[in-house]
Design a protein around this ligand. Structure first.
Ligand SMILES: Cc1cc2nc3c(=O)[nH]c(=O)nc-3n(C[C@H](O)[C@H](O)[C@H](O)COP(=O)(O)OP(=O)(O)OC[C@H]3O[C@@H](n4cnc5c(N)ncnc54)[C@H](O)[C@@H]3O)c2cc1C
Length: 564
């Protein structure tokens, strides 16, 4: 039975940065895919840091960056966390640059920065439009160099809690189907977002959120899950992301009448308003009949010219050509909003510590919270490296302070037996409906009823529907009975956990009777600071989530109207 003092689950940017921090001790990383296939690799547009490297950004500072983050978050971010993140940003970016990350450059050789939505200055550092790829390969090299042990193609299926603290995880070797316990003194969750709960998503298929849900089921609360980001520009019809960098470089959003309609919604910021506002504007154009085929609008890059498109947006061009048959040098790109980012997550503090001793979390699966009700583009890659490092350091301190260490044999054996019995039950069931049908119904109901625009009635229906699906999933079956790389079995093991998250999102959303950031209610269109300037905290119970609330940390910025 493997044992490591610190076990990191997830090998994206947050997980690798945490592992690098803990690499002097006994640390290992467990991941369902090879590290450089983690969703971080797909990040395109860039990573924010107030470096003040370009002339238009000379006045930038950590404080301006923190303010933009808090305003973008519709004042739900904890301001002390946002200030910490922006203060540490230059350090983390120069560190990864020194490790070899090939950022794009200004003419004088500094890290180049481009404008992004909701930001007062050009602040987004980038490596063309493949920033996540460049950063992830750099961190992977550093992890290999430090001999970090990596368990690849292992799927976490449960969290082990014993004696009031976290003692490891149960995981399945996807290649053989073998289930094992990994003993640990500290576990750092870095398992990314939960986009695949929704029908239209820019996320990888592995972004199910199941791992965070397994922690939730063991008593770790989830925070602010009702805040789900819809990205304004995903390619129609398959929802591959078209980076905000396309608008940062000057792209226009145009409706069927040839009008740059953002003038109606964000007259100053235009296409570079924050994502929640731009996504709602696009959806309104489509809903009111000014889109194309009732489904999309145009992102026009033609005026940027062939040279700029090829140099700054080569992957965007490739994606548009490959998946939509459109060369953006010659034609506008058809786009529509799609689920993109999970603002909520495991409730942790600035060190990534949850309320369960020994359990830490960082990156998209965590909620510190720096993104509040709406994340600004470029702040997520920053969050992974800043809070990955802090969580790694905190886990090292935590295990250093323990009196007694070593694997908790009985707890580990019991946890494996429980997971095994679930798998045998599933494989032994001969009748029942297919899991895939239930998964599709979940995704559709979430997109249609807990999506960009929300109202009481449909959200109540969504909660009911999810409860019905939770019952049906208990009787559903898998057809493929083997253990080796059985993707149907893997999907079936994750689905109940995904339904738990869906329930938390829908219940949190219907309960919050206001509009804030990404959470927009037609029946409560205003922000309501008197009643709702607070974080939602959901605790698992056998009868569904129990919702509690806790205050937002305000340091310097009192909430004011959010205008762009
Ligand atoms: C297409 C796209 C483009 C983006 N572009 C940008 C951008 O330009 N700028 C920006 O700031 N943000 C961007 N984002 C958001 C940002 O990329 C992510 O939020 C961030 O990379 C998440 O990193 P992470 O380390 O938290 O998780 P991930 O990179 O998603 O890694 C998750 C890891 O967890 C592992 N894992 C998950 N579940 C399990 C399990 N059950 N068992 C074992 N392992 C598991 C996976 O194997 C993986 O290694 C983009 C997101 C998308 C989808």
């Amino acid at each position: 039975m493997p044992y490591h003092r610190i076990l990191v689950v997830g090998a994206g940017l947050a997980g690798l940065r945490a592992a690098i921090e803990a690499a002097d001790g006994d640390v290992a990383v467990l991941t369902r895919v090879h590290p450089v296939r983690s969703h971080s690799v797909a990040a395109q547009g860039g990573v924010n840091a107030p470096l003040a490297n370009v002339p238009e950004g000379k006045e930038d500072s950590p404080e301006r960056h923190a303010f933009d983050t808090v305003k973008g978050a519709d004042y739900l971010a904890d301001q002390d966390a946002a200030e910490l993140m922006t203060r540490l940003a230059p350090e983390r970016i120069y560190e990864i640059e020194n490790w070899g990350c090939p950022f794009s450059r200004t003419p004088e050789g500094k890290i180049a920065q481009r404008p992004f939505g909701g930001a007062g200055f050009p602040r987004t550092c980038y490596a063309a439009d493949r920033t996540g790829h460049a950063m992830l390969h750099t961190l992977y090299e550093q992890a290999v160099k430090r001999n970090v042990r990596i368990y690849e193609e292992w799927l976490m299926l449960d969290l082990i809690v014993s004696g009031g603290r976290c003692r490891g995880v149960v995981a399945m070797d996807m290649v053989s189907g073998r289930v094992e316990a990994f003993g640990a003194e500290a576990v750092i969750m870095a398992t990314g977002g939960a986009g695949r709960i929704y029908a239209r998503s820019t996320n990888s298929h592995i972004n199910t959120g199941s791992a965070a849900a397994f922690c939730y089921r063991r008593g770790v609360p989830l925070k602010d899950m009702e805040f789900v980001q819809f990205h304004p520009t995903s390619l129609y019809p398959n929802n591959v992301l078209i980076s905000e960098a396309a608008r940062g470089e000057g792209g226009y959003l145009v409706n069927r009448d040839g009008e740059r309609f953002m003038a109606r919604y964000a007259p100053k910021a235009m296409e570079l308003g924050p994502r929640d506002i731009v996504a709602r504007s696009i959806q309104t154009e489509i809903d009111e009949g000014r889109g194309f085929e009732n489904a999309y609008v145009h992102l026009d890059l033609r005026h940027l010219g062939a040279e700029k498109i090829k140099e700054r947006l080569p992957a965007i061009r490739e994606i548009a050509m490959y998946f939509a048959g459109v060369d953006p040098i010659e034609k506008p790109i058809p786009i529509q909003p799609a689920q993109h980012y999970t603002m909520g997550g495991l409730d942790v503090d600035k060190d990534g510590a949850s309320e369960l001793p020994g359990l830490f979390a960082a990156g998209e699966c965590a909620c510190v919270s720096v993104h509040g009700a709406n994340r600004l583009g470029g702040n997520s890659l920053l969050e992974t490296v800043v809070f990955g490092q802090l969580a790694g350091a905190a886990a090292v301190r935590y295990v250093g302070g323990l009196e007694k260490t070593g694997a908790d044999g009985p707890a580990l054996d019991a946890a494996v037996a429980e997971v095994e019995s679930g798998i045998s039950g599933l494989l032994g069931r001969e009748d029942g409906e297919k899991m895939a049908v239930i998964r599709e119904e979940m995704k559709q109901v979430m997109f249609e009823k807990v999506g960009i625009f929300r109202t009481e009635g449909p959200m109540r229906e969504a909660v009911e529907k999810i409860r019905e699906l939770k019952e049906r999933v208990k009787r559903a079956r898998v057809e493929a009975k083997g253990r080796r790389y059985n993707l149907e079995l893997i999907g079936a093991l994750e689905l109940p956990a995904m339904l738990d998250l869906a329930e938390v999102i829908a219940l949190g959303a219907v309960t919050r009777t206001e509009s804030r950031g990404s959470h927009f209610r037609r029946d409560y269109p205003q922000r309501d600071d008197a009643n709702w300037l607070k974080h939602t905290v959901a605790r698992w119970s056998p009868d569904g989530p129990r919702l509690e609330y806790k205050p937002v940390v305000i340091t310097k910025w009192q909430p004011e109207a959010r205008k762009y």
